[in-house]
Each structure stands twice: as C-alpha cells, then as structure tokens.
Design a protein around this ligand. Structure first.
Ligand code: CMP
Length: 142
C-alpha cells in the first residue's frame, strides 16, 4: 500500500553540499516529496525527536550532532515507502551499507550517517508530525 516515511538530510549532508544530489536520488527512486523544509534543531528538540534512544550511550553525541547545523526533513510518499526507503539509504553503519546506497556512498560513520528514515508507518507518522503541521502538508499538494 502507499505509505509515508519521514526522512532527514542530516547536518553532515548539508555541510557536504549534498542536498541536491541526495534529493535527486530520492526522486529518481520514485519517492514523492510531500513536504520539505530546512530547519535547525536545538539540542533539546533533537533529544525530543530521539527520545526512544535516551538510555543509549551515544544519545548525547547524537543530539549534539543533530543540532550542529541545519538539516532538511521531508515527508516522502510511495508504495511500500518504509521498507523501500530503508533499503535505499542502506545500513545505519555505512561500512555495512550495500553498494550504491546513500550511506555507502556518502556517510563517514555510524554517528554521521547523512540521512534518517522512519522504521515503521506508525513512527513515520509521529516523526512527520514532529516537523510538519497538517496545514503545511496539505497546502503543498502538487
Ligand atoms: P537512526 O537509526 O536513524 O536513529 C538513531 C541514530 O543514532 C542512528 O540512526 C545513528 O545515526 C545514531 N547512532 C546509532 N549508533 C550510534 C553510535 N554507536 N554512535 C553514534 N551514533 C549512533
């Protein structure tokens, strides 16, 4: 079925001037951009977004990194979007990511891994609501 996923072009993606290249690949792979913006998270808003990871040893580092510069969240729509997008970006650890995936091609480390993808339809909805209002989504219908 047609699903939505939330992606974030992370601060390393923006710093490396890869917004255009990664967005082109997203569209070429058949994901429709439903909403998109550039924003900068504070450490606190990053902590809110990643609250499920708050007990992890890397939590502080993750929040520092995600608030280290602007990022580009997008809502994407496609048949089977959740799984297809995770396949498209590659494994969290770029050294394990399949050849040709965004992370294999551009990511430096498990922490600075260029791009986020929701892990379920339910989380995708929550994450979309974190960044975008209903109005921002519907006002942008192509
Ligand atoms: P993601 O799976 O989207 O959400 C949690 C993020 O934490 C993950 O992407 C990585 O970017 C980050 N992460 C996971 N493991 C580590 C780690 N060992 N060190 C730093 N960051 C990590």
């Amino acid at each position: 079925s047609v699903e939505r996923t939330l992606t974030i072009l992370k601060p390393d993606c923006v710093r490396k001037e890869l917004i255009g290249e990664v967005t082109r690949r997203i569209q070429e792979a058949g994901f429709k951009i439903v909403a998109m913006k550039m924003t900068r998270l504070t450490k606190d808003t990053a902590a809110g977004f990643y609250s499920v990871h708050k007990e992890r040893p890397f939590f502080d580092e993750l929040c520092e990194f995600m608030s280290s510069g602007p990022c580009v969240p997008m809502i994407l729509e496609k048949e089977n979007a959740i799984k297809d997008f995770r396949d498209f970006i590659g494994a969290t650890d770029p050294s394990e990511a399949e050849e040709g995936t965004v992370r294999a091609d551009f990511a430096d480390s498990v922490g600075e891994n260029i791009i986020h993808g929701s892990d379920s339809v339910e989380n995708g909805q929550k994450e979309a609501n974190f960044f975008f209002s209903e109005q921002q989504v519907t006002a942008n219908k192509a």
